[in-house]
Design a protein around this ligand. Structure first.
Ligand code: MOS
Length: 762
């Protein structure tokens, strides 16, 4: 794609909030304070599954400084959840996990609120608890939600007792194809619970004015929090205003409502504003972590390595309430199909209740676990057939115009280019350069989430431009990318553009900063708004220049007719005097992707919007004495459609790889009897800057049809492939196959002692 040099799109322009972020003046939700504000704390269950036989909050309520105490009896008896409305606001008769909120306290200081929690008395009568999905699926398992039939749920979802949701994608006849196969390979994989790892804990400040409430929150989805609060507080949405002053990272962990409802309920009771901010311990025990999964995959292949059939089953532990688990489990099906042509397919997913923390959505939900399974499985097949793993992939990947798993037509398909570029960069021809050293490759695909977006764009009489969106700037610089698109459309500088905070009362609706969609969706909405502003500018300029509209053009912040021109600042001034100013509402909605309905059952995201393709390659050594892995090089080739701002795309890739390596090698929320054993950042091991290797990014630009300037979603993909790339490289280096995440030194060492694992036919 050719761009003139003065265009903003494609350039490494500093993000609009760069100086504020670096100098520490950028506001965050946790900075937000109000006069007279109280501090809220949550009293949580200490047992995984029990009946509450006695709850006494009277001593807590009497403590000086305590202004409100709430139990289930004081809050609406409604249930909530993004897909299945199964979670009560506060536990009433029964608790379902350690960490479940039972009571709320607001006091004049956080210390007093904390002391009040210690004065709450509760007696439990234990119920049989279930901590793993296989136990929950057993025929004689206790039903964790005996009243599950009474819960409201999305009509797409298919539920049954401890199964919160199941979904299926199928095509052809796998049984016949397995019989016709040269070999059939089957492997089982397990993955762990990980936290989204944002820097800023979840926080909310709520303030009532009559029967209307304003909540300042660090949510990723202000409009979803608004509608959820409307249901929980039983008020019209217009009585609820959600403002996001800033957010210290989200990564999906802040999609679902956090503590906003608790702050609002306490503030209503106390008659004063209430702030709640979670602690690190609460984050690691009772936030919305990534689901652990058990995945089995079975592939039938021809002698030349072509995949003839694939059967896959993914069971995710969704925790005590369904949370985001149903959608996440279903999305795993597209990941298990992979960017491969598989003529016979039978993929099933289950989201299963246990007595553990309810789970959420974390960057490329289902991606790292599903891709780990399928891409390590591919290497085990390659090993079994004696075919190079890259070659096996090249024989099976999808190409332009092929059909995806749901029968959707795939366009701007770039997985071959990504694989070849990553392999070339890592030096694939020397895959095992020395003893205990090996290279691994993994590829994948991911959606650019659709959903509608609106923006307001206003031009001030000095030519400044405000961009008002309901999309939150999560820290990715996605909104700077949108501003680059807008700047070019209006012929202004990016630095002329100012971003408004997302505010449900004044921002147009946006489906939210999620699913790698922000620059894609907001960028398209900006183009629509700019088209409308050009119409307004030309109408005014035609009068001022006494020239026909079709003779006008917009460039260099002026409207030209031949060699006569008028600045847009001047047109904005004229409009303010006579026409109420220059403002436009631009909207967009990604069109649904057509697919074959006969292939897909009970799937909330049956066919992906504008998928991207990517490949990761790693070169590492394994210390045979300790099992420790040393990464020498890490290469990512990612199709971004069009690199709107290479600096921040590389930043997304580097950060995504860091998170993916955390899941691959070190991070795990460890449970024992439903209790988290490592609820602190010393024992929960996120990679630090010393652990993360230099990441080499190769930006592939295969323009999409639907994205502004051809862009595709960028943010989530980089965390998908690291676990598989590491597992494949460890196998290349040592001959052992690790099928359980995280791949810690301890697990590698134990596997080395057991000797090479045969990949062999099942
Ligand atoms: Mo994401 S898990 O859609 O923020």
């Amino acid at each position: 794609m050719t761009m003139t040099t003065d265009r903003a799109a494609g350039r490494r322009i500093p993000r609009l909030d760069a100086v504020a972020k670096v100098t520490g003046t950028a506001p965050y939700a946790s900075d937000f304070v109000l006069a007279g504000m109280l501090h809220g704390k949550l009293f949580r269950s200490r047992v995984p599954h029990a009946r509450i036989v006695r709850l006494d909050v009277s001593a807590a309520a009497r403590l000086p400084g305590v202004r409100a105490v709430l139990t289930a009896d004081d809050v609406p008896a409604v249930r909530y959840g993004p897909v299945v409305q199964d979670a009560p606001i506060l536990a009433k008769d029964r608790v379902h996990f350690i960490g479940q909120p039972i009571a709320l306290v607001a006091a004049t200081s956080p210390e007093i609120a904390e002391r009040a929690l210690e004065l709450i008395e509760v007696e439990f009568e234990d119920l049989p608890a279930v901590f793993d999905v296989e136990a929950a699926l057993a025929p004689d398992a206790p039903c964790l939600h005996p009243d599950w039939r009474s819960f409201t749920a999305s009509p797409v979802i298919d539920r049954d007792g401890n199964v919160a949701a199941r979904a299926r994608i199928r095509n052809g006849d796998v049984e016949q194809a397995f019989r016709d196969s040269h070999r059939v390979y089957e492997h089982r994989f397990t993955t762990q619970v990980v936290h989204a790892g944002y820097t800023e804990s979840r926080v909310a400040v709520a303030k009532w004015d009559g029967d209307a409430v304003t909540v300042w929150s660090n949510t990723q989805l202000p409009f979803e929090v608004q509608s959820t609060l409307s249901g929980l507080l039983q008020l019209p949405v217009s009585n609820i205003r959600v403002i996001v002053p800033g957010i210290g990272g989200g990564f999906g962990g802040k999609l679902r409502i956090g503590v906003d409802h608790y702050a609002a309920l306490l503030a209503r009771k106390a008659g004063r504003p209430v702030r709640i901010m979670t602690t690190t311990e609460e984050e690691l025990t009772a936030a919305h972590p990534r689901q652990p999964a058990i995945i089995t995959v079975r592939s039938g292949v021809a002698a030349d390595g072509r995949i003839l059939a694939r059967q896959g089953r993914v069971v995710v532990d969704t925790g005590a309430f369904a949370g985001s688990g149903p959608g996440v489990a279903a999305i795993a099906l597209q990941i298990l199909a992979g960017p491969y042509n598989v003529p016979n397919l039978l993929l099933e997913s289950f989201a299963v209740y246990t007595n553990k923390v309810p789970t959420g959505s974390f960057r490329a939900p289902s991606g790292p676990m599903g891709n780990f399974a399928i891409e390590h499985h591919m290497d085990l097949i390659a090993d079994g057939l004696g075919i190079d793993p890259l070659e096996l992939r090249l024989r099976n990947i999808v190409r332009e115009g092929d059909l995806g798993p749901s029968g959707e037509r795939l366009t701007s398909v770039s997985v071959e280019e990504c694989l070849l570029k990553a392999a070339d960069a890592i030096g694939w021809d020397r895959r095992r350069p020395e003893a205990n050293r090996g290279k691994g490759i993994a590829c994948g695909w991911w959606m650019t989430t659709g959903g509608s977006a609106g923006v307001y764009v206003k031009i001030a009489p000095d030519g400044g431009v405000s961009l008002v969106s309901g999309a939150v700037e999560l820290g990715t610089a996605a909104m700077t990318g949108a501003a680059q698109i807008l700047a070019d459309e209006l012929s202004v500088d990016v630095t002329d553009i100012r971003l408004g905070a997302a505010d449900t009362q004044v921002s147009p609706y946006d489906y939210g900063a999620q699913g790698s969609r922000t620059t894609f969706a907001v960028g398209n909405a900006c183009r629509a708004a700019a088209a409308e502003l050009r119409r307004q500018l030309f109408e005014l300029a035609a009068k001022e220049l006494n020239a026909p509209v079709d003779s006008l053009e917009l460039r260099s912040k002026c409207v030209f007719s031949g060699n006569r021109s008028i600045p847009i600042a001047e047109l904005a001034r004229i409009s303010q005097l006579s026409g109420g100013g220059l403002i436009a509402h631009g909207t967009t909605n990604a069109p649904p992707t057509p697919y074959d309905r006969s292939r897909v059952e009970n799937h909330p995201l049956p066919a992906w919007n504008t998928p991207s393709y990517h490949a990761h390659a790693v070169d590492l050594s394994v210390d045979p004495g300790t099992g420790e892995i040393a990464i020498h090089r890490y290469v990512v080739a990612q199709d971004v459609g069009f690199a709107i701002n290479p600096t921040y795309i590389e930043g997304q890739i580097e950060g995504g790889v860091a998170q993916g390596l955390g899941q691959a090698m070190s991070e795990e929320i460890v449970f024992e009897g439903g209790r988290v054993l490592n609820a602190n950042l010393t024992d929960y091991k996120m990679p630090t800057s010393l652990d993360v290797p230099n990441v080499e990014s190769i930006l592939v630009e295969r323009a999409s049809e639907a994205g502004p300037l051809g862009i595709k979603g960028v943010g989530e993909p980089p965390c998908i492939e690291p676990p598989a790339a590491i597992a494949n490289a460890v196998a290349a280096a040592t001959g052992v196959s690790l099928r359980s995440l995280p791949i810690t030194a301890e697990k590698v060492l134990m596997a080395l002692r057991q000797g090479p694992s045969p990949s062999g036919p099942a």
